[in-house]
Design a protein around this ligand. Structure first.
Ligand code: DER
Length: 241
């Protein structure tokens, strides 16, 4: 937790705006807990007038616990953008391509990220991987959120696209049957043997997955010049080994 905590506090020190922002995005997962702790510890003049936009139930509860003002993403006024969205990741390569979705919130996270001027991914050294999606570093592959009735069809399509393993994410001991996202959908975890470094490969795969009927969103967030919003400002904080 200390690596996460240190990465989170340095990300907030570096990227939380120096004058009070109107909107800040808050992602999901355990590292983001430390991000919100750091934000809550800032001078109140920097947070009191800010509306924080959650990316799911856990993110919302986190903000409520710190008594920070919440705004649902669909209430962001037209033409407004989020100054900075802070989030975690499950894997990051050297070009800031990420696999996200370990918490099954990747749709809301991407919806907030694409409306942010800056997207800061906070990930400790354990998330750095040379090649995204290799089964050794990421046992369950790329999380793909799908409309429940489409999961058999999407599974087959992912396999024809080269996925060597596609698993319907189950609720585990907490729930009989599949994990259901905040949006009422299922998650397929698709292992693609090797996503060579480089945004073209990642981008091509991301676009191919998104093109399958039934796919709502996937956990490939690619940065670099051709990033999913063509913005290179994906920051990355991690502790070197
Ligand atoms: O689902 C996600 O992408 C989350 O950001 C999450 O998986 C990040 O992982 P963490 O809990 O190790 O921060």
């Amino acid at each position: 937790a200390s690596a996460k905590k240190l990465a989170a506090s340095s990300a907030v020190d570096e990227h939380y705006p120096k004058s009070p922002p109107k909107y800040i995005g808050i992602g999901s997962g355990s590292t983001v807990v430390h991000v919100v702790d750091s934000i809550a510890a800032l001078d109140p003049s920097l947070t009191a007038s800010t509306k924080f936009i959650p990316t799911g139930f856990q993110s919302k509860q986190l903000l409520l616990r710190h008594k920070l003002q919440i705004l649902e993403i669909d209430l962001l006024p037209p033409g407004e953008s989020i100054s900075v969205a802070f989030d975690g990741a499950d894997e990051v390569d050297s070009q800031l391509n990420c696999i996200k979705g370990g918490g099954a919130c990747q749709f809301q996270e991407k919806l907030v990220a694409v409306q942010a001027d800056k997207f800061i991914v906070v990930a400790d050294f354990r998330k750095i991987s040379k090649t995204l999606g290799t089964p050794t570093t990421w046992p369950s592959g790329i999380p793909v959120e799908v409309v429940p009735s489409s999961y058999p069809y999407v599974t087959a399509k992912l396999e024809t696209m080269g996925a060597t393993k596609v698993v319907l994410r189950l609720g585990g001991t907490a729930k009989a049957g599949p994990c259901v996202t905040d949006n009422g959908n299922f998650v397929l975890d698709a292992v693609f043997p090797t996503l060579a470094e480089g945004e073209d490969v990642v981008q091509d795969l991301a676009e191919a997955i998104k093109g399958i009927v039934g796919v709502v969103e996937h956990g490939l967030f690619y940065g670099g010049s051709k990033g999913w919003k063509g913005r290179p400002e994906m920051g990355y904080f991690g502790m070197q080994d």
